[in-house]
Design a protein around this ligand. Structure first.
Ligand code: ADP
Ligand code: ZN
Ligand code: ZN
Length: 738
């Protein structure tokens, strides 16, 4: 007989801030361990939950406990280290542990599937197959061809190779297996690098800045240390990561690399696969559920040397963690904006601390948060001061749009520069952060504007799809042929989107190929790759795009960059708007120019005297960020203060504010020292997708005080009047304020 365990604590995916007590199943022969999945009775149904504590005393709960119905894993699927990270995340973001865990697991594990890797088969001829005479198979020509094919593959053939040879290979092979001429071998699929490594690959000789950075980081392998790798675009940061990873691999440890959503390109993965002498597993949103589980297990079981992924990969377990790297650490895509709202960069730093490995945050335009941490001595700052190959950074000019004389938001000076650069057979990049044709459809007769019926927002005109489209709720409709209000026939499209600029540029430069990169032109799978390929093939081209092109891509033939509307960033509703604009300008500018072809950047603005531009013109990101940090310090805004944002929404306009008002009362009653409450106020866009929204902001210079208050508020929230009628959420360290 085994010893009967006490209460088992189980985290269940439910929006409630607690874990649940169960009795261990009678029939289970061994003690349950944390990290094991179990099926438990829950309300009137059953759910899959995760054991988070298996030795929690012996049932003095005072009421009848239910018993675990089924144990799904013989041994824990989750290592303790990952469970510990989930627990920390749940408490820091004040989010239910069960949701934290289950929203981050590969879907098959959420659904109860076994943690099994994908297998593939190789097909070989048996002895009999090798000795057989294809002539004997003359009545089955496909089988004869298959035998001949496999004779040419003494090491066997993969399913992909067979498919290439014979579209209906399964039928052919099945028949030959039945005849005893073919057998198959099962093997675990290798880590999925998108490209096989290149046999001709030779690593670079690092320059002194790169060598210094690699040494500084490698000195600290085996313990926690945080580094900010600060180097302009093209200064060789990726090469630093690769050389650090070499040493991590040499110590038989694994590297976790986080990349922004759009930065994870096949080119980048190929660079890792070529350089690193270990399997590279890739985790991104394009994987099937099975592939995702496969990569996750390769990481967990130590079979992948490098794990590259976007935001959610921060939760991937590693058997032998060696380092965490976050590339483009300033990128907003590291923040999850709904559900379990976490910041992958911040979690990576905590994870590195828990697992006692170094963490490297790399960027050409570091976030103010990371600069602040470096300034306080929490991160060590490593600088790469020069672009590789002495490529000079491009010169940056402002174009004053108040002068007028332009059509379509393209100033004559910019068009002239485009012409000059194209005549030299160079490529030109035009940046506009607004897709579609025009942001407003307007009736000059009566003033009617096409508004989204469900949001406080204009419908965006998309001419190629002949659609009005709301970018906030995805509502779509055909554009009306005449004004729905006064029946005037001629509606005007006002303002510029990428489609319209494309049209205008094509009219100006009819013989030049224009490549537009935005969410619409890259929707199809593989479309982005195909477009990038065309750009790399070079030649005289105009490239036009949204922030999708500001990241990661090396576009060495571009010598001119035009930023068509910088003013969008100057007066955004968000206190981070200017920081984002500066980062975007320098990132886009960083795409231009190389040693033999120095670049130029033109920024169109109606506010050329805005102080934010001055440091940017001289690529002085340091000066730019120092100015912004000073403003943040005076306003006690992040990173010089801490924020938490409660949001509430409901179909009834009055409810969200009423609910948040009640929350405000509760918070004040707790008389929190050092925490300010702002609001409730209606959200900057009050109505979205048919719901009215309001928010309550909490600010404090003391993180601890803020979190103590949040911790006290969460349990009472559900009992507040109206709590059942609104949808509410809490965003700790919000990145966006609407
Ligand atoms: P970053 O990540 O800072 O943008 P990369 O590491 O991508 O910079 O380097 C920019 C370019 O310079 C790449 O094409 C890379 O292959 C090349 N490069 C990087 N380091 C070296 C080096 N030490 N010697 C020669 N070329 C290098
Ligand atoms: Zn009208
Ligand atoms: Zn809408």
């Amino acid at each position: 007989m085994y010893e009967r365990q006490g209460i088992i604590k189980v985290a269940v995916p439910a929006p409630l801030h607690q874990v649940y007590d169960y009795l261990p199943p009678q029939s289970h022969p061994s003690a349950l361990r944390a990290g094991t999945r179990v099926r438990v009775p829950f309300g009137r149904t059953t759910k899959i939950g995760m054991v988070v504590d298996a030795g929690a005393g012996d049932g003095q709960a005072g009421y009848e406990l239910k018993t675990i119905l089924e144990v799904l894993d013989d041994r824990p699927v989750l290592p303790d280290a990952t469970l510990k990270l989930f627990q920390w995340a749940a408490s820091y973001y004040h989010h239910p542990l069960g949701e934290v865990i289950f929203s981050s697991l590969p879907p098959p594990l959420r659904q109860g599937a076994r943690p099994e890797k994908m297998v593939s088969y190789r097909y070989h001829l048996t002895e009999a197959g090798l000795d057989s005479d294809p002539g004997d198979l003359s009545r089955a020509p496909k089988q004869a061809a298959m035998v001949t094919f496999l004779r040419r593959h003494p090491d066997g053939a993969s399913e992909a190779q067979l498919l290439h040879h014979d579209a209906r290979w399964r039928i052919t092979v099945r028949a030959l297996i039945d005849k005893g001429l073919i057998y198959r071998n099962k093997k675990t699929s290798p880590a999925r690098a998108i490209k096989e490594s290149d046999p001709d690959y030779r690593p670079f000789r690092l320059n002194p800045d790169q060598t210094g950075a690699v040494e500084a980081i490698c000195d600290r392998l085996g313990g926690f240390a945080a580094f900010l790798l600060d180097g302009i675009t093209g200064s060789g940061k990726t090469e630093v990561y690769l050389n650090v990873i070499d040493q991590v691999i040499a110590q038989n440890r694994q590297a976790l690399v986080l990349i922004p959503e759009i930065g994870l390109t096949p080119q980048l993965v190929a660079r890792f696969a070529d350089h690193v002498r270990a399997p590279v597993a890739v985790l991104h949103s394009g994987l099937s559920d099975k592939e995702r589980l496969h990569a996750w297990l390769l990481a967990r079981d130590g079979e992948a040397g490098v794990v590259i992924g976007t935001r959610s990969a921060v939760f991937t377990p590693l058997l032998r963690p060696g380092i965490c790297i976050i590339d483009e650490e300033h990128d907003p895509s590291f923040k999850q904006q709904d559900g379990f709202r976490y910041h992958a960069r911040d979690l990576a730093v905590m994870r590195a601390r828990q697992e006692a490995v170094p963490v490297v945050l790399g960027s050409a335009t570091p976030s103010l948060e990371s600069l602040h941490n470096a300034g306080q001595g929490r991160y060590r700052r490593l600088m790469l001061r020069e672009r590789i190959g002495n490529a000079r950074p491009p010169t940056i000019h402002l174009l004053d749009m108040r002068a007028g004389g332009h059509e379509n938001d393209l100033s004559p000076a910019l068009l002239k520069a485009v012409k000059t650069h194209l005549e030299q057979d160079n490529q030109v990049l035009m940046f506009l952060n607004r897709r579609g044709y025009a942001p407003t459809l307007f009736c000059p007769g009566c003033g009617w504007i096409a508004l989204c019926p469900r949001c406080d927002a204009h419908m965006i005109l998309h001419r190629s799809r002949h659609r009005l489209h709301c970018h906030h709720c995805d509502a779509q409709q055909a554009p009306p042929a005449q004004c729905p209000q006064c029946e005037a026939p001629d509606l005007l499209a006002l303002g510029q989107g990428t489609e319209r600029i494309e049209e205008a540029l094509q009219a100006q430069f009819p013989k030049t190929e224009i490549i537009r990169i935005d969410r619409d032109s890259t929707r199809r799978k593989g479309a982005m790759q195909a477009l990038l390929q065309r750009i790399h093939e070079g030649g005289r081209q105009i490239l036009l795009g949204t922030q999708m092109i500001a990241k990661g891509h090396h576009l060495p033939n571009i010598t001119l960059v035009g930023i068509l509307n910088a003013d969008q960033g100057l007066f955004g509703a968000d206190f981070r708007a200017i920081e984002r604009m500066g980062q975007l300008i320098l990132q886009v500018a960083g795409r231009a120019g190389r040693a033999d072809k120095p670049g130029e950047v033109y920024i169109q603005t109606h506010y050329p005297d805005h102080p934010a531009f001055r440091p940017l013109l001289s690529h002085d990101y340091q000066g730019f960020s120092r100015m912004l940090l000073e403003e943040r310090r005076l306003a006690q805004l992040p990173p010089c203060g801490n924020l938490a944002l409660f949001r509430a929404e409901a179909l009834d306009q009055a409810l969200p504010r009423r609910f948040l008002q009640a929350l405000h009362h509760q918070a004040t009653a707790l008389s929190p020292e050092g925490v300010r409450l702002l609001g409730p106020v209606t959200a900057p866009m009050e109505k979205r997708a048919g719901r009215f929204r309001a928010q309550l902001l909490l600010l404090s210079t003391q993180r601890r005080a803020l979190h103590l208050l949040l911790k006290a508020l969460i349990p009472v929230l559900e009992g507040l009047p109206g709590a059942r009628k609104v949808r509410w959420s809490l965003d700790v360290d919000p990145q966006e304020m609407f």
